[in-house]
Ligand binder design. Structure first.
Ligand code: DGL
Length: 280
């Protein structure tokens, strides 16, 4: 069986992409993962598409030095803004979180209405609706930005917390009145609030975690290219951040569901000095 022991590179605007890493580690325990969290420039969700695309390209330049076999854009906002550009310019395959989430939503909705919640930038890009219409051109999609969910998730406010529930009701009750049967959690942070979201939308609405679907898509891609790592030893997670490794380590544990050992701060000089510009 073919074996490819190069690492899987994953990036996000900060800690949120660790929810995607969690799914990858769970499903592919032997793979080495290199993660970059752009904690100096987070949040991406309120920035323009041009700026987010530039950040994503710079991060890919940084990650290419590790010779990854795939780059996973584990940030909905960056996937929505930059994935087409990255696919055109990167010398390695890349995968984002929007398309896998959209595909699963179409499958589960069976013609019903699909609700998408995400950051302002992701909703404004219309990337989820466009992806869904590629799978089903008649797809009925309603969308709503839920920006307060990001700081609420980072503060560790669980379901049942009064503020979390009040915000969840305020955002989601108007969506529920439009009678969706599927809701896509189109932001890395939202799976942490899954219970609160489920409580407000009720049992009749299937929740889609784009990160989970992305992990499945990565497995499918690596399998198809015979690029899985067949090592018998556990893979290693190496994290790099552009600011505050201590905060990343502390908050990240909640997103990853594991202790994070290996986190290195990358200075702007190091970040920009990778030197070999491999993208077109
Ligand atoms: N990671 C971002 C996303 O999934 C959320 C945080 C941010 O706004 O940067 O869209």
């Amino acid at each position: 069986m073919a074996n490819d022991n190069r690492s899987i590179a994953v990036f996000d605007s900060g800690i949120g992409g660790l929810t995607v890493v969690r799914e990858l580690m769970h499903r592919l325990p032997n793979e080495d993962i290199v993660y970059f969290g752009d904690t100096a420039r987070v949040p991406y969700g309120i920035k323009s598409s041009e700026t987010v695309t530039r950040f994503a390209r710079e991060t890919c330049e940084f990650l290419l030095q590790f010779d990854p076999k795939i780059i996973v854009v584990a940030c909905n906002t960056a996937s929505a803004a930059a994935l087409p550009t990255l696919k055109e310019t990167l010398p390695v395959p890349s995968i984002g979180v929007v398309e896998p989430g959209a595909r699963e939503a179409i499958l589960r909705a069976r013609g019903g209405t699909i609700a998408v919640i995400a950051t302002e930038a992701t909703i404004n890009s219309d990337a989820y609706r466009r992806a869904m219409r590629r799978f089903d051109e008649g797809a009925r999609v309603i969308q709503k930005p839920c920006p307060l969910f990001v700081p609420i998730a980072e503060e560790g406010r669980a379901s049942g917390d009064a503020i979390t529930m009040a915000v969840a009701r305020d955002y989601l009750e108007p969506l529920v009145r439009l009678d969706p049967n599927v809701l896509v959690m189109g932001c890395t942070h939202y799976p942490l609030l899954r219970e609160a979201i489920a409580q407000v939308v009720g049992d009749g609405v299937a929740l889609i975690d784009s990160g989970e679907q992305t992990a499945r898509a990565v497995i499918a891609d690596l399998t198809e290219r015979s690029a899985l790592n067949n090592a018998e030893t556990a893979g290693r997670l190496t994290c790099y951040v552009s600011d505050n490794p201590q905060r990343f380590r502390e908050l990240g544990q909640r997103f990853l569901n594991k202790t994070i050992v290996d986190v290195t701060w990358i200075s702007p000089e190091q970040f920009y000095s990778v030197g070999h510009v491999k993208t077109a």
